[in-house]
Design a protein around this ligand. Sequence first.
Ligand code: EPS
Length: 390
Amino acid sequence: MFTFITSGESHGKGLVSIIEGLPAGLPVDLNFINHELWRRQQGYGRGGRMKIEKDEVEIMSGVRHGKTLGTPIALLTRNRDFENWVEVMNVEPRDFTDEKRARRVSRPRPGHTDLAGGLKYDTHDLRDILERASARETTARVAVGAFAKLLIKEIGIEVLSHVAMIGGTPAQPLEASWEQITALPDDSPLRCVDAEVERQMMALIDRTKEEKDTLGGIFEVVAHNVVTGLGSHVQWNRKIDGRLAQAIMCIHAVKAVEIGIGTQVSKTTGSHVHDEIGYNSEARKFTRPTNRAGGIEGGISNGEEVRVRGHLKPISTLRRPLASVDVLTKEESAAAFERSDIVAVTAAGVIGEAMVAIVLADAALEKFAGDSLKEFERNFAGYVQQLKEY
Ligand code: EPS
């Protein structure tokens, strides 16, 4: 099965990902992986940091002559900004005579990990917490997700995202077809499928920047051409919707996850929620006129597009800081501010793509397991034939 772990601090030397479980013989396209990292760095409303970083992955192990070996894959993405933080992030013990140079953080930001982390890990320099809590970590996940995308592409699955809402604009989340999403250029300002709505979103971001505030929003990840039968109803932790919910919820700032029409299901009747079943005898395939279930029923993919939405709270680092308390003096004090994004929903969508691809790759390996890509593909082809003969 597909597992991974990441390591790295936001302003440290770099980010490390280790992947295990990919079969041998999977072609590895380094340009594609780096392009995914670039996509994660896009989006109108990001801060100064993205001008410093140009994320590129170095493959340390697990790949030879352009193909996976079936061994653990280690990846390194260096932080360009590290050169500005060498002293602050030094691994050696350090005595600072000039406290300013230590850049310690003692004024926790409401909504951030700072305070809960400081208390839990017993540190009064909240930098010890925020360096790892930073969404910079998602660079390492997107690198992993690129490998997952390469694997599931071999069985026809593609994963993309779009931005459905920013700060309540538009009033209802945008619905987007696969064709609209694939038509989005990679340098689209916000990955929004409606140009007029996108302009309104950008104007809102400009206004919010002037007000020294921040925004959240909704992204939707769509997995196209997902085979029926990923995940299972037989055990709680095998249900693909549960696995996707965890994978999206653990993205920084996500506070809610929806699958298909999501929370709408609780507000209407069964006939407005469930997708009726038809059969196309030529294609020997069951069909659905609607996909309100978001491609999943009972914890199993049902052959329709898998659609998952993540709802992000506004970024917790505000230029006009919220009230807080200094953890050293316990005195009232405005929360810390160094530099921040106004909004990062577009980036979160790309991270959501990576997380969805990882879950689907894991479920696909569970179902079509193989030590080599050839074996994986043979198992997949046999199963597809079985579905046709059903
Ligand atoms: C982040 C704060 C900002 C963001 C960062 C996430 O970084 P900095 O503190 O260096 O200005 O730019 O996001 C990234 C670096 C990234 O690569 O996405 C935070 O506190 O979560």
